[in-house]
Design a binder for this molecule. Sequence first.
Ligand code: RRO
Length: 307
Amino acid sequence: MADISVKIAGIELGSCIFNAAGPKDVTLKELEAIGASRSAAIAMKSCTKEPREGNEEPRYCALESGSINSMGLPNLGYKEYMKFPALLKSFGKPVIASVSGLCLEDNIQMLKAFSDSEVSAIELNLSCPNIKGKPQIGYDFVQMDEVLKEALKISKKPAGVKLPPYFDFVHFEEAAGILKRRKPAFISCINSIGNALVIDAEKEATVIRPKGGFGGLGGKYIKYTALANVRKFYELIDIPIIGVGGVSSGRDAFEFILAGASAVQIGTAFMEEGPSVFARVQDELASFMARKGYSRLDDFRGKLKVI
Ligand code: RRO
């Protein structure tokens, strides 16, 4: 059987596949279900200083080949998530906090707190598209540089950054320049493609309610954009990349690793299929590698050929 384990930022992962921050990871019960599954880590919902209800319902809709969401950062507040690693210890896997403060001070305060907690790593989410009146920091390079400068130096734990999708080579280079300077322990790309609009023609209406129906697009629709982001950053910077966006099979995971990802997260497919998705995708990846004659991820990571 192929070995699909990996070490990222000093953290040993039994496999390269785990849950993306976001779906089904708000409550302790949901996190326990991830712990009991074959997800290699337990990524927790992005949190804020204070608990949040999130946006009005309906705020998630499964689509033919993906999903749209405008959850609006519903979470229990960071103090609850600080308690969870101890409660999830029996699963014996890394617990990853995701921090999405509404201002720089909140991000600093939460990073400090998680840094002294039992989490294995922290993902700083600079790319939530669904907060009314709050632009995605990852699209404001001045602010992104400032946040990373202040926030990353605080954490004693490996701290990475969750990026929005970029679409222009000039923007990739600008973002890469900041990442080279601020040196996060890893990057996760991509978040959902922000502010898509899905319309139900029969009802002549949007499929979600918040923000006039605009929301983050996820799932298969965004796989090629996610692969492009992984590949571009692999070319531009020497920082481990966690690929996320449209992974629902072992073959998808293989493509992300071939593009340069060190690990792969699953969002929409986990939301739709439940925790068994992790075992299925891992087994499919190992079989696909065996068929190709690869015994470990390093055999093909980043080795994409351009025809
Ligand atoms: O909660 C959300 O609406 C949300 C977040 Br924080 C995020 O980072 N990405 C997303 O698609 N939804």
